[in-house]
Design a protein around this ligand. Structure first.
Ligand code: ADP
Ligand code: MG
Length: 193
């Protein structure tokens, strides 16, 4: 079996597990992720995501960030890549190709010191990520190599990696789950976020 076939099989397994969650469980997980985020320094802009298919729901993170006047950004898909645009009000998210996307025109600056919250289907204990299989975040981080990357996962999505990370796969700095923080690239690059 090729590595990409193997990755696809693992994706299906985790999609099935995640599909059993209720909206309340998705939101509760987001609230516990918010508790971790509230312990981080406040000067970093945050790149969030609009959840689909039972991903950890970050609506309470978004509402907290807006209330605290934090600069926040959401992804928007172009024809072949993903970029982040600023969001100033929850009303400014509208249905896009897959997720709700921001209507704003202020694009994330290359020099920003943002923290990016990265959804995924599974994460290894050292920050290797299985996404939806389109490589959008891998390619985004090639363009923005210095941003701090935080995988966002349910506890059951942390696993011993049985897939081989590929050269293009971008490692997370840390992965946050409701009950833990897992190290990755960040233990060397961002020992204190
Ligand atoms: P995901 O990160 O969403 O889990 P993959 O890492 O499996 O997805 O990438 C999906 C596809 O895109 C793969 O076929 C991979 O080879 C290709 N790909 C992604 N990023 C790059 C890149 N920077 N260079 C070359 N191919 C890439
Ligand atoms: Mg990848």
């Amino acid at each position: 079996m090729t590595n990409s076939t193997h990755k696809s099989k693992i994706r299906e397994l985790y999609k099935t597990q995640r599909s059993a969650l209720s909206p309340t469980q998705c939101r509760q997980a987001g609230l516990r992720i918010l508790k971790h985020l509230q312990k981080l320094p406040t000067q970093h802009p945050l790149c969030l995501y609009s959840s689909i298919q039972n991903e950890v729901d970050l609506q309470d993170v978004r509402d907290w960030a807006i209330k605290m006047n934090r600069e926040i950004y959401y992804p928007r898909l172009g024809s072949d890549k993903m970029d982040f645009f600023q969001l100033t009000s929850a009303d400014h998210l509208v249905p896009g190709k897959w997720t709700k996307e921001p209507t704003g025109s202020r694009r994330l600056d290359k020099l920003t010191n943002a923290i990016v919250l990265v959804p995924g289907l599974a994460f290894s204990m050292d920050g290797h990520r299985l996404g939806f299989g389109k490589g959008y975040y891998d390619n985004f981080f090639l363009d923005f190599p210095n941003l701090i990357r935080l995988g966002i996962a349910y506890d059951f999505q942390i696993c011993i990696s049985s897939w081989a990370p590929e050269p293009h796969d971008q490692q997370m700095d840390y992965t946050l789950t409701p009950s833990s923080i897992w190290g990755g690239r960040g233990l060397l690059q961002h020992p204190i976020i």
